[in-house]
Design a protein around this ligand. Structure first.
Ligand code: DUC
Ligand code: ZN
Ligand code: ZN
Length: 490
């Protein structure tokens, strides 16, 4: 008779496509049976009245990353992944940030050391490329893609991170040749720099002016530009953290005419507005992130875009800074908005807040299956983790979360285990909580306590997913007959 290491009984099993009552049988870290009345296990968990979902995958989070301002996020892999696990995640995709003057290889080695030592959940790794020299593009990049880093992130703004269009084109060309995916921080650097200087010149220094300094027009322009580059190069991209109604419109139009682009938003853009920054003193700096929180109208448009799949996943963009002289206030007690580092914590809060919005409040009539798709299956499918991660099927890693749909929680600063020390959602009362978290068959969170050790997480090497491969169509402008064959009559 088949024996199991763990059986979870009597729950409603939820995937991105269905919800059904079943038992789940786990052996050697994998799901090996989904059926009724499973028996013969070393351990059994009775999940009557609960849901079992695939573990959350947060595909956009910054951990122990050196930021553009030179500061390091107020987290270690240990504290960040504890927060992530408590929030129902079993995998993350953080960043290794390569800056001008550093090799990609040493950068990746450094971040891998940190992740291996501290992470309690599994992780893949995006490569930020900010100094794309010839050696990096021609020698290092192919090797790192071969080693399982199939995702590149580029920035169109931030002084030390942004790259010029010519470099973007070179990276797109290499990524297409070597089978990598590209994600983009799309905001127009010139517009932001100009707005910041105008605002400061006029004495507008309060944190609330941060949102004014990142105009929607800057997001729209950069998204348009990256779509144009993506079309020319036939290289699909992920547009990160879309924050505005107008940004969504540009993406929806491009998708409608067949451009293969993907876009995400983050929990904060769906649930908070720029009003958060309008608090006395510098308190509002806690909500400074880029792109900035916008208006209720943008929030509604983002939910519509989630509903019609213009935005195909929701991440946290976790980038915590403590609210003291080591973090948000590193320039002093009374910084202007530009002196406050950008970023908010979110690994712990993304799933419970979205569960409340989607499953409990039925925002835009989205379902619990949509919740799974947006927060686990879709990131797995896009970043090459599927079907090992992101689903409940025979053969998948046994990454499972038992959700109590009735638990009522008031979010507070007291709950925070990440390095920020504050909860941007404090005071919010939500329904539904990820009470037990299982990674590869081992319980890592029980009764809201982490019971796994740092170093427990595995690196997840990725390959370019078939879902995000180029269409294989050479752009009109690059066709021989349209003169990319050049020569003409010269
Ligand atoms: N903006 C980013 O682009 N990344 C981290 C946090 C932020 O606010
Ligand atoms: Zn970004
Ligand atoms: Zn980010």
């Amino acid at each position: 008779m088949q024996s199991y290491d763990l059986i979870i009984k009597n729950a409603q099993v939820v995937t991105s496509i269905e919800t059904k009552y079943a038992d789940i049988g786990i052996k050697d870290q994998k799901i090996i049976a989904i059926g009724n009345n499973l028996i013969n296990s070393k351990e059994t968990i009775d999940a009557t009245g609960k849901y079992i979902l695939p573990g959350g995958i947060d595909s956009h989070c910054h951990i122990e990353q050196k930021s553009a301002s030179g500061l390091i996020n107020s987290d270690t892999f240990e504290s960040a992944t504890k927060a992530a696990a408590l929030g129902g995640n079993t995998s993350i995709i953080p960043f290794a940030a390569q800056y001008e003057g550093f090799t990609l290889t040493e950068t990746l080695e450094d971040y891998h050391k940190l992740a291996k030592k501290g992470s309690i959940i599994d992780y893949a790794m995006h490569m930020i490329i900010a100094g794309p020299n010839n050696d990096l593009l021609n020698l290092e990049l192919p090797e790192q893609i071969r080693l399982g880093h199939s995702s590149i992130k580029i920035f169109m703004t931030y002084d030390r991170l942004k790259i010029e269009d010519i470099d973007i084109l070179n990276i797109f060309e290499k990524a297409r040749d070597m089978e990598a995916f590209i994600s983009v921080h799309a905001e127009n650097h010139g517009m932001i720099t100009w707005m910041v200087s105008k605002l400061l010149e006029k004495g507008y220094t309060h944190p609330k002016f941060h949102s004014v300094s990142h105009p929607v027009a800057g997001e729209v322009e950069a998204i348009n530009r990256i779509i144009g580059i993506s079309e020319l190069m036939d290289q699909p991209v992920m547009i990160f953290h879309v924050s505005s109604e107008k940004g969504v419109e540009v993406i929806r139009n491009a998708q409608a005419r067949g451009v293969k682009i993907f876009a995400e938003t983050c929990v904060q853009y769906l649930t908070l507005t720029s009003d958060e920054m309008d608090k006395p003193g510098v308190e509002g700096g806690k909500w400074i992130c880029s792109p900035p929180l916008r208006k209720t109208r943008d929030q509604n448009a983002l939910w519509d875009a989630v509903k019609d799949n213009t935005l195909c996943l929701i991440s946290s963009d976790h980038a915590p800074y403590s609210f003291d002289s080591n973090g948000k206030l590193f320039k002093g007690e009374n910084p202007n908005f530009k002196e406050i580092p950008n970023g908010m914590p979110g690994l712990n809060w993304r799933l419970p807040i979205l569960f409340d919005e989607i499953v409990n409040k039925r925002r835009k009539n989205l379902s619990i299956n949509d919740f799974v798709r947006l927060t686990s299956t879709s990131p797995a499918k896009i970043y090459g983790l599927y079907p090992q991660k992101g689903d409940i099927e025979i053969g998948c890693d046994a990454d499972l979360v038992i959700w109590d749909p009735e638990a009522i929680t008031e979010l507070s600063d007291d709950m925070v285990v990440d390095g920020s020390g504050y909860n941007p959602y404090s005071g919010r009362i939500i329904k539904g909580w990820p009470e037990t978290v299982i990674l590869r068959g081992y319980v890592i969170v029980f009764n809201n306590k982490v019971i796994a050790d740092p170093g427990n997480g595995n690196f997840l090497p990725t390959k370019l997913s078939a879902n995000v491969k180029p269409k294989g169509i050479i752009a009109h402008d690059l066709l021989k007959e349209n003169n990319y064959g050049a020569n003409l009559q010269s």
